[in-house]
Design a protein. Structure first.
Length: 140
């Protein structure tokens, strides 16, 4: 069986993704970009039912998928989506003080993610999820 290209180039593609987030969010390092990306993904995950977490994970490139699923347990219990400002505060609170997420963090990661996986794919998957899940990625 041939190794999928997504797996062969996973590190390269992940570095490119982080570089794009770094540039868009005006961050100084890829470490900062990773912290912001991880926070945005984990906050989104915390508001999804486990079924939706797994469905969303399937459309992510390999290393973003691993980042999204990192630390997820079978006991996962979603919490209701709050307003956008509260979501941003949640993103900024992940791994404080190492996370220096800008006010545009969700929109920054969302724009790069839409470009990475394709707007149509993202809309197709989010279309089966609660409206708040759609708004998280499509608001910008």
């Amino acid at each position: 069986m041939t190794v999928p290209m997504d797996y062969l180039y996973a590190s390269r593609d992940f570095r490119r993704f982080l570089g794009s987030v770094k540039e868009r969010a005006m961050l100084a390092t890829n470490n900062q970009s990773y912290a912001v990306t991880r926070a945005v993904l984990h906050v989104f995950r915390s508001h999804l039912a486990l079924r939706d977490v797994l469905v969303f994970a399937e459309i992510l490139p390999p290393l973003l998928r691993v980042t999204f699923l990192e630390g997820l347990g079978a006991e996962h219990k979603p919490i209701a989506f709050p307003d956008r400002q509260t979501l941003l505060e949640e993103v900024k609170a992940v791994r404080e003080p190492h996370n220096i997420a800008p006010d545009s963090a969700i929109d920054d990661v969302a724009e790069i993610l839409r470009a990475e996986i394709g707007e149509a794919t993202l809309r197709r998957v989010l279309g089966r999820m609660p409206q708040d899940a759609q708004a998280y990625w499509l608001a910008s």
